[in-house]
Design a binder for this molecule. Sequence first.
Ligand code: SF4
Ligand code: SF4
Length: 385
Amino acid sequence: MSTIPINAADPAQLRQWVDQAAYDAGFDLVAVASADSFATDREEALRRIDAGLMDGLPWFNAQRVQRGTDPEALLPGARSIISLGWNYYPPEDPDAPNDRGLVARYARGRDYHRVMKRRMRRMVLDLTERLGDRFAARWYVDDGPMLDRAAAARAGLGWFGKNGNILNPVYGSWLLLGQIITDLPLAADAPLAKTCGQCSRCMPACPTDAIVAPYVVDNRRCISYLTIEHKGAIPIELRASMGNWVFGCDICQEVCPVNRKAKSTGDPNFGRTDLSSVDLIELLAMNDDQFRQRFAGSPIMRAKREGMQRNACVALGNCGNASAVPALTHSLQSAPRLVRRHAAWALGRIGGRTARTSLRDALRDESDPEVLSEIRQALTAGDDT
Ligand code: SF4
Ligand code: SF4
């Protein structure tokens, strides 16, 4: 392999090596942005924090936004941002029976954070070998401080959709994003000239009205946040709109016309059909070992067993199937408090004599005030129907 010192490298050659390293590492898309600060995106992110739209994500605070929108603060001497996209759209997309819990497509495989970081590291090593010279680089996935979508939009990897996702003409929005900030002097790509135009299909399609304005998602209403990041009780007024999603939500992507012809991935890290949906009653009955065995290595571990069982209760309530009453009754009697609360809600939503008997029995035996309040509300809700 020929090596050229950085200062002597032809920019076009350098860029070719970057692209090659990205494809060799397994990425589907690569584009380059300048490392200028993201002033407009910073203001917008700070406005959203002030408006409370990011409540529940304590790590997404003003300090992090300041740092994450200033590449120089992340890497002194930063000159370029290599924006990377990894297609996760599964080749098989089986229809899930509606009494099972749905899992967002990106989570139907291995936890992408580790894989992506490994791939970016490999890219940097490849380039170091090519250049025969050291250069500075830091790499991030969506758990890092950089505003990954802002970097992707500036690099022309895609454009901002009204649902807040980055849309690419070939892969739609089924993309995981990563960035390498570097002091390499790379020629930047131009942002795409495309927009959503007159389309706004994703906005009314969102079942919880989380897309409160074009390009603005109220995190507190988004099923993706509620089923994964949110640790406490799901606001009672949103539960009935959550359908049977138990980890994430793809609705605003499913309805997007740009995704209609999206290319599927051949990457074996994605598309585990056994994770496209989960048996809700089985999930409710799992102990820690069984939960680990079933979901180890997948992003689902992030929601933890208790969170997933809370989500399973909501989904079972929305499925409305009376066959779930015994499992929910068992949870109402013996699960942790958070799950008991949601089991009570689900029994109230399913209704019927057996469910109401379970709720009345629990009213007698329960001592936790929050669970008692949910049981009373569930019995009252049943009175209305
Ligand atoms: S992920 Fe689901 S809940 Fe969140 S904005 Fe999109 S459609 Fe709405
Ligand atoms: S559904 Fe329409 S408005 Fe929403 S992201 Fe897709 S193209 Fe844009």
